[in-house]
Design a protein around this ligand. Structure first.
Ligand code: AHM
Ligand code: MG
Length: 282
């Protein structure tokens, strides 16, 4: 596991360097979700693939930018599922983006996630890492090394609201709930990059990030293995909760395909309880 974490730290600075220096144009390919890939998406994916070639504990890689499962060391214990550059369409407007990693042991499903990490490429590079039995740890990147900055704990109730998806495609239940949070005094914080948006809520004490089922995306947009499940572990270990629209824990999701998505809600206890009530799942 140590090797995997050290490799992720190294990758962070390589991708940061690619963001600073590479061409921001589109490649001529699409990913498995039918989205056009930027050259930077492809480059970041290759950086990760290359870095893990020599990590013997990794059995396979599953990437948002790759079609299937890429077999690595047959004797390895872990499968690494990752989104190499989440929110990459925000790079051209110079907003923060991130990389997300889920480390699974055995079948690819929520309960087999044993650790997760994400990197935020913002004015500074930061990383958050968590395992099942610890609080998420925040690291700051300085001159190509990471320094531990402390544990992350969510308050019982926060102040921020990050509502994803196109509003005209929300259900009435969802719209009423989001409106209610604003009426309670919550402030809108949504950049369109789930890594910086979820990071902000974590570091500012709490709130709610949602990407609901919508009429155009009935299963939500965010992918279970690389986005939803890794962040669920981070939110739960920080003292918050992470559920779908049925009120089920995202850490209990069982994807039937590597690129399956799920409606998702991450927050402090107060907001998630209020959401369960509004959705009739309490
Ligand atoms: P990506 O993996 O193709 O970059 O898409 C994921 C991103 C998330 O970072 C973000 O929360 C979401 O898409 C934003 O979607 P929307 O613009 O529909 O709110
Ligand atoms: Mg993504």
């Amino acid at each position: 596991m140590l090797n995997i974490v050290e490799t992720i730290k190294k990758i962070a600075f390589e991708i940061e360097n690619a963001i600073q220096t590479e061409d921001l144009g589109y490649s001529d390919s699409e990913n498995s979700s039918g989205e056009e890939q930027l050259k930077l998406d492809v480059k970041s994916d290759l950086i990760i693939e290359k870095a893990f070639t020599n990590v013997s504990s990794v059995k396979a890689l599953v990437s948002e930018e790759k079609k299937g499962v890429m077999e690595m060391n047959p004797n390895g214990e872990y499968t690494l599922c990752y989104d190499p550059l989440d929110g990459s369409s925000l790079v051209d407007v110079n907003l923060s983006v991130g990389s997300i990693f889920g480390i699974y042991k055995g079948e690819l499903k929520g309960e087999n996630l044993i650790a997760s990490a994400y990197i935020v490429y913002g004015p500074r590079v930061e990383m958050v890492y968590v395992e099942r039995d610890m609080k998420p740890l925040l690291y700051g990147g300085y001159q190509e090394t990471f320094r531990e900055l402390g544990e992350i704990t969510l308050d019982e109730k926060g102040k921020l609201n990050g509502p994803g998806g196109t509003q005209q495609n929300w259900s009435k239940t969802h719209k009423n709930f989001i409106d209610r949070l604003f009426q309670e005094g919550y402030r809108l914080r949504y950049s369109g990059g789930m890594v910086p948006d979820l990071h902000q809520i974590l570091l500012k004490g709490g709130g709610l990030f949602s990407y609901p089922a919508t009429t155009d995306k009935p299963n939500g947009k965010l992918r279970q293995l690389f986005e939803v499940i890794p962040f669920a572990l981070i939110y739960e270990q920080a003292g918050g909760e992470a559920i779908n629209d049925k009120g089920e824990r995202l850490l209990e999701l069982v994807p039937s395909h590597p690129h399956d998505t799920s409606p998702c809600f991450f927050g402090s206890k107060y907001e998630i309880n209020a959401l369960k009530e509004a959705y009739g799942r309490d």
